[in-house]
Design a binder for this molecule. Structure first.
Ligand SMILES: Nc1ncnc2c1ncn2[C@@H]1O[C@H](COP(=O)(O)OP(=O)(O)OP(=O)(O)O)[C@@H](O)[C@H]1O
Length: 600
């Protein structure tokens, strides 16, 4: 079982210790049972019963407490491992894959699946202890009476079979409920991000609440009630079979075989003793089912707990960044599409492609930066030669679904400002992601200073670019800057960017990021200036700036970057400043419709 494999990977030594402690506890419990049985049976009573009873009680106590403490530690370690592995899975997954999944799915996994898995993880060792006690009791029962043991086992197997029939249905309901949780988190996202739109429109708010948020919450409630009720019926059925078995033994077998009274007393004692671990075991089953559903969901999202994503494996040598950057796109193309039908995105999704061994997912366009070695040294299926387009070049023309950019042949020179222009949806941002190494070209290649970018050097390549996308994120801390005097540098830039009156910095942390969009963009620009990388990409940066500062950006900041021989790529609609560009690239429906280089 996947869950057990995951637990073993957290700490096999601790698992073994817990199981041993559980077995000791179970064996001591069984021994306690024989002692009690000896006491209630007719004379002669065994010697030193009190001392043995006390000693066994102590063993039960110590082994029980120590296994519980180990269990708590194991559960917390497992939760930590889950959070860390899943977060690394998210960070290292290809951008296109994450975009295809959507943030709501990621959030559900990081919050809900981790919670379900941690409950399941906590349940497993307790189940081990219960099973040890149950097995011990059954062994004792063999010594009491062979026929009673055989009938009890048969009754237990029949009840397990009947319960399992119900549990299959319960598992399916949990699976459907888990899909609904994705939808619910998406609604929560909409209610927080779209709060202004909802507040301003009473009808929309009511419709949204009834049809979306409450609608999903309602069906989730029904599913959980349904699953809980079915499970209770299953539990009741199991108990009925146990009672029926007991009745058969007490009123049938005992009479037919004329079993002595002390045998029957022992049987009743064992049955009573068994009821507690049996109940515990039954109560833990829903946790196991939900954990299993959560684990399958995580695997379906290709954020595997056991296999690393290729991006995590991308080789990175601490090679200095390029002194100057000449970027070249040769026959490079990219295409979106197929996200909805990506392997494993939902119950209806097609199975992974043949040869896909649970390793990293292909990029949404079917390609990925290829690695030939798994995290634990496991070789992955042989890939195409490094640097070559990964896999046979897909025949783009056969599939028209999704937006396609290119094929493009473009050159971006150091000390050159390139403006990328074009209508909405013409592919400008897609091009920005392609030239910063965030997307893998579907055909052709990207080269930096004539060095083709492939799996071996893409991680290094990305360290040469700084980009401000339209959906940029601001971190309050200046993370990853380990040079001294960063506060003073930030203060200088805060002055230059005219936001020193709003924000201060102390120990690499900004006093606030609750600012206007234009001010937040200036802080993003500040980070770019601090990074001081050779390739600088601005995606409609100036759109939210006041006219005067827009002027500062185009005429001073860009000019300064050009002077410092940066390769500057500016996505813009500001036709007033087109004359600043050394190169102008116009995109339309993903194709270059106009490209001109200024003669200066
Ligand atoms: N994550 C995505 N998944 C699928 N398709 C996408 C995705 N992002 C963009 N697209 C599609 O790609 C096309 C180009 O998008 P892109 O963001 O590159 O355009 P753009 O030129 O930057 O537009 P704008 O000026 O509006 O920002 C769009 O038509 C859109 O439908």
């Amino acid at each position: 079982m996947q869950l057990i494999r995951f637990l073993i990977s957290v700490s096999w030594l601790r698992i073994v210790t817990i199981i041993v402690a559980g077995l000791v506890c179970g064996a001591a419990n069984t021994y306690l049972l024989t002692l009690i049985n000896g006491l209630v049976s007719p004379m002669p009573h065994p010697d030193n019963t009190i001392a043995r009873f006390a000693l066994t009680g102590l063993v039960v106590l110590v082994s029980g407490i120590s296994s519980q403490i180990l269990l708590i530690r194991l559960a917390q370690d497992a939760i930590f491992r889950l959070r860390s592995d899943l977060s690394s899975g998210v960070v290292s997954a290809p951008l296109a894959h994450l975009e295809g999944l959507g943030t709501h799915r990621l959030m559900t996994t990081l919050i809900e699946d981790v919670r379900s898995l941690s409950q399941a993880v906590t349940a497993i060792p307790s189940i081990c202890i219960d099973v040890a006690t149950i097995v011990g009791s059954f062994i004792f029962l063999v010594t009491v009476s062979g026929p009673i043991f055989a009938v009890t086992i048969a009754g237990t197997l029949v009840s397990i079979f009947c319960v399992e029939v119900f549990l299959t249905r319960v598992r399916n309901i949990y699976r459907e409920a888990r899909e609904n949780e994705d939808v619910l988190i998406r609604s929560f996202q909409a209610v927080t991000l779209g709060i202004k739109e909802l507040k301003l429109h009473r009808g929309r708010r009511r419709d949204f609440m009834n049809r979306h948020l409450l609608g999903t919450a309602r069906s989730l409630r029904e599913q959980n009630i349904d699953a809980g009720s079915k499970f209770s019926i299953a539990q009741g059925l199991g108990q009925t079979f146990q009672l029926a078995t007991m009745a058969l033994i007490l009123f049938g077998i005992a009479k037919w075989l004329d079993l002595p009274r002390d045998v029957m007393v022992s049987y009743v004692l064992v049955t009573t003793f068994l009821s507690m671990p049996m109940q515990n075991f039954m109560h833990r089953i829903p946790d196991l089912l939900r954990g299993d559903v959560a684990l399958k969901k995580i695997q379906a999202m290709e954020l595997s707990l056991e296999t690393a994503h290729d991006e995590e494996l991308l080789p990175f040598t601490d090679r200095p960044a390029a002194a100057e950057a000449r970027l070249e796109l040769t026959n490079a193309s990219y295409r979106y599409g197929g996200e909805a039908s990506q392997p494993g995105l939902g119950p209806g999704g097609p199975p992974p492609p043949p040869g896909h061994r649970g390793g990293p997912p292909p990029d949404v366009n079917g390609r990925q930066w290829v690695s030939h070695r798994g995290k634990a040294g496991r070789p992955l299926p042989p890939g195409p030669p490094q640097g070559a387009p990964h896999g046979p070049p897909p025949d783009d023309d056969e599939d028209d679904s999704g937006f396609r950019l290119g094929p493009l042949d473009l050159v971006f020179e150091p000390g050159q400002i390139t403006f990328v222009i074009g209508g909405n949806g013409s592919g400008k941002s897609t091009l920005a992601k392609l030239i910063t190494g965030l997307y893998v070209p579907r055909t052709g290649s990207v080269s930096l200073n004539d060095e083709r970018i492939d799996h071996e050097n893409v991680e290094w390549f990305r360290q040469n670019s700084s980009a401000i996308f339209t959906d940029f994120h601001l971190f309050e801390d200046y993370l990853g800057f380990d040079r001294p005097g960063i506060d003073n540098e930030v203060r200088r830039y805060l002055e230059e960017l005219e936001i020193a009156h709003k924000v201060t910095v102390q120990d690499g942390r900004l006093s606030t990021i609750a600012l206007s969009q234009g001010q937040r963009k200036r802080l993003a620009l500040l980070t770019t200036l601090l990074e001081d990388r050779q390739i600088v990409v601005f995606d409609e940066w100036a759109a939210d700036q006041e006219p005067r500062f827009r002027d500062v950006f185009y005429k001073e900041i860009l000019a300064d970057l050009k002077r410092r021989r940066k390769t500057v790529i500016v996505i813009t609609h500001d036709d007033r400043y087109f004359d600043i560009a050394d190169q102008l690239i116009k995109l339309d429906f993903g194709r270059v419709v106009k490209s001109s280089v200024a003669q200066r």
